[in-house]
Design a protein around this ligand. Structure first.
Ligand code: ADP
Length: 455
């Protein structure tokens, strides 16, 4: 019975079922008892009446004295026989002394028998003091023959059956218990057996479907998130591998030159050249580290600021920073910048992405080429374009150049000091600022990058 003390669906259903089945069984038993008792009573009543009538038939046409005589010889078992005269005087009674009995003219059965010939009824007999069934039939001369039988009352009938009723109650309790337990098990089994790893494969109650759909949805969402997480971990692993690989090359070069110088394998006049090469590789590594750090920051979504950025000012400052590098290869800038173009976000991101795009346009330009830079406001967008006169980017590479460490021509990229991360940073920064970036052909055959920012 431990299960009944716990707050479970099983105990709730069980108690309700038990109460209902117990009530139904107990009430039906009681009703059946009452019904059989009353039919038993009815039967006794009609038997007694029939007996009285057949007795009356035998006494037809006889005088009072003759009747008295034949009644004394009549086999009456436990029946009481009374012969009452027309005026209610008792002539004969086999249980009491007739002369000492009171006048019976007011007895119901006597009045009824005189009126309609026969009567039968149940009442408490004042003379005997128990429930008595009477049947009366009128004879000749207004005389009435009455037969009476003592009956057990309903109360004493029931009290006589205490043991049987007790056993019956016990059976009812056991039956209700067993039935309710069986039914409750049946009802709760689908709930217990639900397989949450495959929620939609269960054959369950309709009411449970919405819940199982939700579980299924959440499982799928979890799976998707896990796959995403795995992809991110994989990408990170790949990225780390690429970074170490990228760093090895300049370190090997630096190490090689330093070794040559250490063992005096270089002529003193070449030292300056080697030192410059070492410096170049060191600068390349610094650039790589800077880019890796920038990307990690972007990956962590560190900068969520929404400050106004003067994009026109940013473009101009980037151009002035790149002017000397460009002039080394006689590259010029053709600038068309609209004043006061403002976007919202982190200024460092805007600066970095514009720097990377213009820097690429310089690095991949032909010597003496022109870099076209334009910034304008269109509706609620700011559009920044940069194009060059280099070799351009073939159609098939345009999607991939935004991937980390993807280069169309790796050796040329390294030659120009590229890290292979510039456009990945651009893509990431642009999406952080809520914009988009596309690449196409410039009119002279070079590459043209277009960035759109929401204002
Ligand atoms: P990198 O440091 O190698 O320049 P980026 O991520 O900036 O790396 O660019 C990826 C690749 O896209 C470059 O290696 C280069 O092949 C190509 N690319 C980028 N910008 C241009 C451009 N303006 N013209 C031609 N090719 C370009």
């Amino acid at each position: 019975m431990e299960f009944l003390r716990r707050n479970t669906l099983f105990s709730k259903i069980f108690l309700v079922l038990f109460a209902i089945s117990f009530a139904v069984m107990a009430l039906s038993t009681l009703a059946a008892t009452f019904a059989s008792f009353s039919s038993y009573e009815n039967e006794a009543e009609s038997t007694l009446l029939a007996q009285t009538e057949s007795c009356a038939k035998l006494l037809k046409g006889k005088s009072a004295a003759e009747i008295e005589e034949s009644l004394q010889g009549y086999p009456l078992a436990d029946l009481r026989v009374t012969l009452i005269q027309k005026d209610g005087t008792v002539l004969y009674d086999n249980w009491a002394n007739a002369s000492s009995m009171e006048n019976h003219s007011q007895r119901e059965e006597f009045i009824e028998a005189q009126k309609s010939g026969t009567a039968s009824l149940m009442r408490r007999s004042e003379t005997i003091g128990t429930d008595t069934l009477y049947a009366a039939v009128s004879l000749d001369d207004g005389m009435v023959l009455r037969l009476a039988e003592t009956r057990t009352s309903m109360g004493s009938f029931l009290s006589g059956m205490t043991l049987q009723l007790g056993i019956c109650l016990g059976i009812i309790i056991c039956l209700s218990f067993a039935l309710s337990r069986l039914l409750t098990r049946r009802i709760t089994r689908p709930l217990k057996e639900v397989d949450l790893t495959n929620p939609l494969d269960n054959d369950v109650y309709e009411e449970m479907r919405p819940m199982l759909y939700r579980v299924d949805e959440q499982r799928r969402e979890l799976k998707r998130q896990n796959a995403e997480l795995e992809r991110a971990v994989e990408a990170r692993r790949e990225f780390t591998g690429n970074v170490s690989h990228e760093m090895k090359t300049p370190l090997q070069v630096i190490g090689g030159y330093a070794e040559l110088m250490e063992y005096g394998a270089t002529k003193p006049e070449d030292n300056a050249r080697f030192a410059a090469l070492i410096r170049k590789e060191a600068a390349h590594m610094r650039g790589l580290i800077d880019d890796v750090l920038t990307l990690s920051r972007l990956d962590e979504q560190g900068d969520q600021s929404h400050d106004p950025i003067d994009l026109s000012g940013v473009c101009r400052s980037v151009i002035s920073r790149l002017e000397s590098t460009a002039s080394e290869r006689r590259i010029s800038f053709s600038v068309n910048i609209e004043e006061g173009v403002v976007i919202y976000g982190a200024e460092s991101l805007a600066q970095q992405l514009i720097y990377n795009l213009i820097d690429n346009a310089v690095r991949y330009n032909r010597d003496g080429g022109v870099v076209n830079i334009a910034l304008r406001k269109a509706k609620d967008e700011a559009v920044f374009t940069v194009s060059d006169q280099g070799k351009g980017i073939p159609e098939e590479y345009r999607e991939r150049i935004f991937e980390r460490f993807y280069r169309v021509d790796a050796s040329h990229s390294r030659e120009t000091g590229g890290t292979g991360l510039g456009l990945a940073i651009v893509k990431h920064s642009v999406s952080s600022l809520g914009g988009s970036v596309t690449v196409g052909d410039a009119p002279g055959g070079g590459a043209k990058f277009t960035v759109t920012f929401p204002c």
